[in-house]
Design a binder for this molecule. Structure first.
Ligand code: NDP
Length: 251
């Protein structure tokens, strides 16, 4: 039963985060759509949820800022009275060759992708425990946390940290809160559309090279797995990582 349950999705205004917001709203969750800079996209997601007769608010916070995170969680608690599900989805890339990567490039990516998940998880976990709820945290990872990739030492390291954070928290927060990682493969979002120039390159050409299922991922592919893990049917899943990449990385 999702009646009265609330989900917070960081970076929920667009891309994979938006897909997760829409899915959880369709299951009856009240949704808090976090954003940092892109207020318009977050409001569009809220409007979309309301048009499905769902309940949603947008809430601004830079996840790497503990004061803003604290205020965000307090605000959601004031509006909805609880948070049952947290999806740590907010993430950025600043790709550069290792020898050119600056300290600032490292700090911005690690602060958003890793410290951000730490700060939001801590605030939300305190609330879940205080309310004596059974909650879920989902961390959105990357296969490059396992494989590594060129020009992404900051990003891959942050996602590797997130993977082990999942396991630490799964041990520490159980049995009240289950913690799992969902790891997308190459998924079509605004970010990947621009970064990989998907509109000018043939997607099929890219995908048929590496992906056995011969297509890029869709945010819906990620959202449906998140929904399963947090459901009653996923009640015995804890501390795991699940890769959704059409078979590209069988790791
Ligand atoms: P997008 O760039 O489309 O979205 C990123 C989201 O993160 C935006 O909503 C953005 O909000 C938010 N965000 C960035 N910085 C902050 C911050 N400091 N505080 C709060 N929110 C922030 O990315 P995708 O949808 O493609 O990716 C989502 C997640 O999935 C990321 O963690 C990414 O690493 C991971 N992933 C994506 C893959 C893909 O192929 N798309 C593959 C593997 C992993 P705003 O604009 O308001 O700042």
């Amino acid at each position: 039963m999702t009646e009265n349950k609330t989900a917070l999705i960081t970076g929920g205004g667009r891309g994979i985060g938006r897909g997760i917001c829409l899915k959880l709203a369709s299951l009856g969750y009240s949704v808090a759509v976090n954003y940092c800079q892109d207020h318009k996209s977050a409001e569009n997601t809220v409007t979309e949820i309301k048009s499905m007769s769902g309940t949603a608010i947008s809430v601004r916070a830079d996840v790497s800022n503990s004061v803003e995170v604290s205020k965000m969680v307090e605000h959601i608690n004031t509006v909805f009275g609880r948070i049952d599900v947290l999806v740590n989805n907010a993430g950025i890339n600043i790709d550069k060759p290792f020898l050119e990567m600056t300290e600032d490039d490292w700090d911005r990516v690690v602060d958003t992708n890793l410290k951000g998940a730490f700060l939001v998880s801590r605030e939300v976990s305190v609330l879940i425990k205080a309310k004596k709820l059974h909650g879920n945290i989902i961390n959105i990872g990357s296969t490059t946390a396992i494989t590594g990739r060129k020009n992404g030492v900051n990003y891959c390291s942050s996602k590797a940290g997130l993977l082990v954070m999942t396991r630490c928290l799964a041990k520490e927060l159980a049995p009240d809160i289950r913690v799992n990682s969902v790891i997308p493969g190459f998924t079509r979002t605004e970010e990947t559309r621009e970064r990989f120039k998907l509109d000018t390159r043939e997607e099929y050409e890219i995908s048929k090279r590496d992906i056995p299922l011969k297509r890029l991922g869709d945010p819906k592919d990620i959202a449906s797995l998140v929904a399963f893990i947090i459901s009653e049917e996923g009640a015995y899943i804890n501390g795991q990582k699940f890769i959704v990449d059409g078979g590209e990385n069988m790791i």
